[in-house]
Ligand binder design. Structure first.
Ligand SMILES: Cc1cc2nc3c(=O)[nH]c(=O)nc-3n(C[C@H](O)[C@H](O)[C@H](O)COP(=O)(O)O)c2cc1C
Length: 195
């Protein structure tokens, strides 16, 4: 990867609270998905589910469920993605892990096991999602400050998915508007051990 790509994905990218008015296209939504679905998940479970909140009416309903500090920036973003996990990932086992199809009944009977596996890999896939959005030229504003049970009731009841993050998406605002000052990062020595 050249240094421009490293900067775009990692070193130069900032969490965004404001965006340019340019819309995010459906092609960009698909391009993000095409990238984020490829990196690894436990047993290839791919439990992340995404609700794209695009229409003004749906955006108002989502805004009402955001915590107060996250409300205005969510309402002003061109697009938001609710990230959720699906505890019923085992229903796709024939696609995900045909070599484990003989365990389908065992997974079906063990919801706590499925939930733990769903949460772990969906959280990992959320990281892939953020990087895929950046790779497609977008800024991201991930947030955990919102009423998760409320979002599940309002938007996800039929699917049975469980929300855990909302990500605002859009093209970078002019001159870094909406970026906070960069806070510290932990050092190699603080975050790692080598044996
Ligand atoms: C899981 C997660 C939850 C977050 N929740 C919020 C939030 O509720 N509100 C908010 O303003 N920022 C939230 N953030 C943004 C972080 O504070 C921000 O990404 C971090 O401070 C790094 O900022 P930088 O990219 O500008 O260096 C969240 C980020 C992540 C990954």
């Amino acid at each position: 990867m050249d240094s421009g790509a490293v900067e775009q994905l990692f070193t130069g990218a900032h969490t965004a609270a404001a965006f340019a008015p340019t819309p995010v296209t459906q092609e960009q939504q698909r391009a993000i998905h095409e990238m984020m679905r490829m990196p690894p998940t436990a047993m290839n479970t791919q439990p992340l589910r995404i609700l794209w909140v695009r229409s003004p009416e749906a955006r108002e309903r989502l805004g009402a469920l955001m915590s107060q500090p996250n409300r205005a920036k969510t309402l002003a973003a061109p697009l938001s993605a609710v990230l959720a996990y699906d505890v019923n990932w085992h229903e796709h086992l024939a696609t995900l892990a045909p070599f484990r199809l003989d365990s389908q009944a065992e997974f079906a009977a063990n919801e706590p096991l499925r939930t733990g596996m769903a949460q772990m890999s969906a959280h990992i896939q959320a990281g892939y999602f953020l990087l895929a959005a950046r790779a497609n030229g977008l800024d991201v504003g991930p947030m955990s400050g919102f009423d998760k049970s409320g979002v599940d009731r309002e938007f996800l009841a039929e699917k049975g998915w469980h929300s855990f993050a909302v990500v605002n998406l859009g093209h970078p605002a002019a001159d870094g508007a909406g970026y906070r000052d960069r806070q510290g990062r932990l050092s190699f020595e603080e975050q790692t051990l080598t044996l």
